[in-house]
Design a protein around this ligand. Structure first.
Ligand code: CA
Length: 320
C-alpha cells in the first residue's frame, strides 16, 4: 500500500501533467545537415496527442517544434485534436473523422500515425477499425498495458463515490477548458473514461478487441506488420533529465509508483512497447519525448526532434 502523499502525487501527476507545460514554438529545428527530401514520406504524417493534450494553443504546440522540423524536409504533417480526456474509443472515432478529412483534402490513400502517450492507443484504434486507411502506427511513450497512476486514481477515488465525482468532474472541466482555448470544435470530455482506458484493466480489455502490434509476451516486441499496417515504438526511460525543467521533480515523484521498473515517469518501458521497438531507453522522460518543456531535454541524448525526423526517414525508406 502506498502512502497517501504518493497517491495524491500520482493523481496530480496524471491530472495535471501527462499534460504539458507549454512554450512558444521553437524558432530553430535541428536539421542534422540533411538534404531536402529526408522526411518526405509517401503518406501524410498525423500526430496524435495524449491525455490533457491539444494540437496547439495559438503558437504553442504539444509536439514542440516537431511539425516544422518534419515539414522542413518534405513531410506533409497534420496535428490531430481529439478530446483532451476521454476513452480510447471515443478519441479514436474523433481521429478517424479527422483522418478521412485529411485524405479527402490531400488526395492521399493512407496516413502515418504517430501517437504520444494516450495518443498511441488512440492511433491503434483507427488502425484496427480501418487498416485500409493507415500505413503505419508509431507509439511514443504509449500506454499499451496500463499506467499505474491511472490504476492508483481509480483505487483512490473509486467510481460511484462522491470523491470520484468531484475529481472526475474537475478533471473533465479542465480538459474542456484546454479544448476551448486550443480552438477547433467543442469535444466531449470524460476524465473518468480516460482513467479507465489508461488503467491496466482497461488497457488489457482494449488489447483483446484491438490486439494488432501489441507484444504477446510481457515485455517483448509485437508484429512488425499486420493487416497491412506497420507498427513501431520508442520511449524514454529516464524521469529526470534536465533540472531546469520544473516537471522533472514531479516526474521523479510519479516514477516511484513503478517500484523500480524502468519508466519515463508516467509509463513503464514494458507498457510502451509496440510492434518494432526502435528503442525503449532514451534518456528522456514522458515530456521530453515530445520535446517539452520548450526543448528542455537531456543534453546527453539525441534530441527528440531528431528522433522524429529519423523516423520519418525510416518510413520514407520503407515506402510509406
Ligand atoms: Ca523536459
Amino acid at each position: 500500500m502506498q502512502p497517501k502523499w504518493m497517491r495524491w502525487a500520482g493523481a496530480c501527476a496524471l491530472a495535471c501533467a501527462i499534460t504539458l507545460p507549454i512554450g512558444a514554438q521553437s524558432s530553430s529545428t535541428p536539421t542534422g545537415g540533411l538534404t531536402h527530401g529526408y522526411t518526405q514520406t509517401r503518406y501524410p504524417v498525423v500526430l496524435v496527442h495524449g491525455l490533457f493534450g491539444f494540437d496547439n494553443i495559438g503558437p504553442l504546440e504539444y509536439f514542440y517544434g516537431i511539425p516544422a522540423a518534419l515539414r522542413q524536409d518534405g513531410a506533409s504533417v497534420h496535428v490531430a485534436q481529439v478530446s483532451a480526456a476521454n476513452s480510447t474509443e471515443v478519441r479514436g472515432e474523433q481521429l478517424l473523422r479527422q483522418i478521412k478529412l485529411i485524405l479527402a483534402t490531400t488526395g492521399a490513400k493512407k496516413v502515418n500515425l504517430m501517437g504520444h502517450s494516450h495518443g498511441a492507443p488512440t492511433a491503434r484504434y483507427v488502425a484496427s477499425v480501418r487498416p485500409d486507411l493507415v500505413a503505419s502506427v508509431t507509439s511514443i511513450g504509449g500506454v499499451h498495458k496500463g499506467a499505474p497512476l491511472a490504476d492508483e486514481i481509480l483505487k483512490s477515488f473509486p467510481p460511484g463515490t462522491p470523491h470520484n465525482v468531484v475529481v472526475a468532474g474537475l478533471a473533465s472541466v479542465a480538459a474542456g477548458v484546454l479544448g476551448v482555448v486550443s480552438g477547433g470544435p467543442i469535444l466531449a470530455q470524460n476524465a473518468l473514461a480516460a482513467a479507465h482506458s489508461l488503467s491496466t484493466e482497461g488497457s488489457l480489455k482494449f488489447n483483446q478487441a484491438h490486439p494488432w502490434g501489441v507484444p504477446v509476451s510481457a515485455c517483448g516486441e509485437g508484429a512488425y506488420k499486420v493487416r497491412g499496417v506497420a507498427y513501431y515504438s520508442w520511449s524514454g526511460a529516464q524521469p529526470v533529465t534536465n533540472l531546469l525543467d520544473i516537471n522533472d521533480l514531479r516526474l521523479a515523484i510519479s516514477a516511484k509508483a513503478f517500484n523500480g521498473a524502468p519508466n519515463d515517469g508516467q509509463v513503464s518501458t514494458c507498457s510502451s512497447r509496440l510492434g518494432r521497438v526502435i528503442r525503449d531507453n532514451y534518456k528522456m522522460n514522458h515530456l521530453d519525448e515530445v520535446n517539452h518543456v520548450i526543448g528542455l531535454v537531456s543534453w546527453l541524448e539525441t534530441n527528440p526532434v531528431t528522433v522524429f525526423r529519423q523516423h520519418a526517414n525510416r518510413l520514407k525508406n520503407a515506402g510509406m
